[in-house]
Design a binder for this molecule. Structure first.
Ligand SMILES: Nc1ncnc2c1ncn2[C@@H]1O[C@H](COP(=O)(O)OP(=O)(O)O)[C@@H](O)[C@H]1O
Ligand SMILES: O=P(O)(O)OC[C@H](O)CO
Length: 495
């Protein structure tokens, strides 16, 4: 089929537009960063106009760069930073406040208050697969309704619309005609019942959210509406949508139960396909919707690590031990595996499976001969030990992937990938196209457009670049990991 697939990838620090050929190759890519707003400690906001402008500019530029007309685009897909919460006026389209970003912790106390309410935590866990944490949209929306004068009354009168970034972009792209999301994004709001695939009345009551605010929830490959022709020069149909980590799972073609991917960027997100079974984790992993096709949800277990590449950024910009992230590979090669130094990068607490917001970072095992290389190596090793924590939690929940597909900025580091294989004891596979998030959204759009017939067709798009096999003796692997577990134990605020 002639024509192209356009992917709009709206991330936490930048927006990207990528044009793919129908066989999943990247034709061109444009990216624009935007400002992070930190009004108070622990608060993180984005200007909605900056989200919109950077997305639209990237899309326009990628067409200009290639000379391709919008009328040559078969379908567009949207993928996005998840959980980030917006509230806008249905008549004017104007947001009432900045977007409250997923990293924002302003509702921590509100969450603690709700946790004390009998049965609240269990209700959230059972219906949404999530934990009662400020990370998700519900308490952010609650905050907006409480703090913007008149917002609650207006919401009850049906004058306002809530949305995560996908929904906001679709609203603007469609000229205010479509208020919809997909099941993967809905699953991160803490208001959506992942079993019935409906907004949940009990949760709406718990968080005091008027149902009038909510978007329609569609499959991840669906007819989401068309973009206003004035935006790109032709009315491009939007046919795919998924939160960025779920889109990466699709872009990595992890479409069978037991297949897993891990994205190593600023943070790390490991997602494991569990098929049509919504597996409830006993080890504080999240249960989430991986994608929904033809009304059938496929579920996933997810673990997130807050500091992956960000640890190296701190080593570079905070400690100034290196001048670029690329330097760390040769330092790690010189140090070797048997590094007595352990770094626990709990700068903003520990994520899954610990969920310990009070824990703080530490570097342990220092001696007079410790130098820069040992500290840098410990920063890299911490990413792998934390991945092992997540993989182990998944295994204890009954699913043990044999291969982990990886992507994100850190996976260019061959030493890191080999150490990851050795510490996890499974095969690490790196794909040829590492823009897996954008690819996932394009694949969903292509599926809906008929470019691909079924998920088997999507699987054929994935191409392998390099694999790393575990080579370390089991005893040595366990000894290294034990050192990590002891280090974590020492920084935790509670058991
Ligand atoms: N050679 C390298 N080895 C390890 N980490 C690296 C290397 N090059 C870049 N990184 C890390 O990769 C991260 C950027 O990855 P990227 O996927 O672009 O992040 P994000 O999409 O979250 O902004 C940075 O935090 C950087 O420290
Ligand atoms: O935009 P990213 O890549 O930092 O991803 C953010 C995640 O979706 C947050 O859950």
């Amino acid at each position: 089929m002639a024509g192209y697939l356009l992917s709009l990838d709206q991330g936490t620090t930048s927006s990207r537009a990528i044009l793919f050929t129908p066989d999943g190759a990247v034709l061109a890519s444009q990216q624009q960063e935007f400002a992070q707003i930190f009004p108070q400690p622990g608060w993180v906001e984005h200007d909605p106009q900056a989200i919109w402008d950077s997305t639209l500019n990237s899309a326009r530029r990628v067409l200009q760069q290639t000379g391709i007309g919008a009328d040559e685009i078969i379908a567009a897909g949207i993928t996005n930073q998840r959980e980030t919460t917006l509230l806008w006026d249905r008549h004017t389209g104007e947001p009432l406040y900045n977007a409250i970003v997923w990293q924002d912790r302003r509702t921590a106390e509100l969450c603690q208050r709700l946790q004390r309410q009998s049965g609240a935590e269990a209700l959230v866990r059972e219906r949404t697969g999530l934990l009662l944490d400020p990370y998700f949209s519900a308490t952010k929306l609650m905050w907006l309704l409480e703090h913007i004068p008149g917002a609650r009354e207006r919401a009850e009168r049906g004058e306002l619309a809530f949305g995560t970034v996908d929904t906001f972009l679709l609203w603007r792209l469609s000229g205010g005609k479509v208020h919809a999301t997909d099941a993967t994004n809905a699953a991160r709001t803490m208001l959506f019942n992942i079993h019935t695939q409906q907004w949940d009345a009990d949760l709406l009551r718990l968080f005091d959210i008027p149902a009038e605010l909510l978007p329609d929830v569609k499959d991840s490959a669906a007819e989401f509406g068309t973009m206003e022709a004035s935006l790109l020069g032709a009315a491009v149909p939007v046919r795919g949508m998924a939160g960025d980590q779920q889109a990466a799972l699709i872009g990595q073609a992890c479409l069978q139960p037991g297949m897993a991917k891990s994205t190593y960027g600023t943070g790390c997100f490991m997602v494991l396909n569990t098929g049509t079974r919504a597996l409830q984790s006993e080890h504080r992993l999240l249960t989430t919707v991986a994608y929904r096709l033809q009304g059938q949800p496929v579920y996933a277990l997810e673990g997130s690590i807050f500091m992956a590449g960000a640890t190296l950024q701190w080593i570079r910009d905070g400690l100034r031990l290196i001048s670029s992230a690329g330097e760390c590979q040769s330092l790690a090669e010189a140090t070797g595996y048997n590094n007595p130094v352990y770094m626990v990068p709990a700068f903003t607490g520990l994520g899954a499976p610990y969920w310990d917001p009070q824990a703080r970072g530490a570097i342990m095992g220092l001696s007079r001969d410790t130098g820069i290389k040992e500290i840098v190596t410990a920063g890299l090793q911490a990413v792998c030990y934390q991945s092992r924590d997540l993989l182990q939690a998944m295994a204890q929940d009954g699913v043990q992937p044999q291969v982990l597909r990886v992507d994100g900025g850190m996976v260019v580091n061959d030493w890191l990938m080999q150490f990851l294989a050795d510490i996890l004891g499974i095969t690490i596979a790196r794909p040829r196209v590492t823009e897996t998030t954008a690819l996932g959204a394009a694949l969903l759009a292509g599926l809906q457009a008929g470019v691909f017939q079924d998920t088997d067709d999507l699987q054929r798009v994935w191409q392998h670049d390099r694999t790393y096999q575990p080579q370390l003796a089991a005893a040595q692997r366990e000894a290294l990991y034990q050192g990590w577990q002891q280090a974590v134990q020492r920084v935790r605020s509670s058991d």
